[in-house]
Design a protein around this ligand. Sequence first.
Ligand SMILES: [Zn+2]
Length: 359
Amino acid sequence: MSPLPLLPVTTAGSWPRPPELLRAQRLKQTGRLSAEAFERQADVAVLEVVRLQEKAGVDIVTDGEQRRDNFYSFVAEKLAGTQLMTLLEMLDIVEDKASFERVLQTLDVPAYSMRNPTCIGRIERRQPLAVDELRFLKRHTDKPVKIPLPGPYLLTRAMFVQEVTRQIYPSKEDLAEDVVRVLRDEIAELVAEGVDFIQLDEPVLTELVFTQGQTRTFMCAALATRNDPTEELEFAVALINRVLEGVAEVRTGLHICRGNWSQNESTLLRGSYHPLAAGKELGLGVVNPRTETIESPETISAAIEQALQLYPADRVFLNPDCGFGTFSNRPVNSSEIAYEKLRAIVDAAQAWRARIRLL
Ligand SMILES: [Zn+2]
């Protein structure tokens, strides 16, 4: 594993896609552009995202998820047994239409632009999920690299749309078995290819602990989960531990946040992360990816100071609260502002490193 400075700076993963890439994505989705041609266009976008992160002084770089439609839907292209459905298409098949519609309205989610990888058959890796992303990234940077993957709990909950999934997998627990296997196979390949950091995205965990499972976001609105939230959390933890069991050669992390589908902060989740703090390392969110104002060095520095009262400096990482382009069609910021925000984090990190060295 490559050595890192104190308070390493990284992103949550995604970066706003340039307009020409979004156009290419639409053409590919409607069969008017080959996958190969799309990938070549995405290569160009990734190179720019890498350049910007390096220029900003980020310590662990990602490819900005430029090849993905969103942070979990992209698996549909790679996994047999899945089908991408817009939320509007899901509304067609879910039995409880009224509550699904209510979720979409209250959460300010555009039903046409977000797509869900719905399980409609036995799932199997047709091709690796992110090994191609890793290879390209490693060819174009000397910095340590991070690959974000959707976590097993998120994938299971999103993919299990009971109206169509239960013919193949009677319960979400049954589906989870194959999700764990698929993710373990993927991680083994990423490790063999020299990944430095694997991040599992599990934003649904936040929903579980913030609202005790009472609110359901669009990511799992289709799932009739009536389980006790404590049991759900135990289920999630067990899945994550099984996915990461024996994975020792790389750094692993778990991303949780308040949601990132809207700039309307009032629609996002709110609550204490305390039940999820587990005495491990902390990736501290020090800038809001959804606002235009660049956080001042004082604001970021104060957040770091607070974290350092609870965690030793060698266990704190710095990052934005979430990605800048979680959903490709709905980036929460421009590339320029994303860059400035990263630059501000790097400035604060450098100041703190100097300060710590003097202590
Ligand atoms: Zn997030």
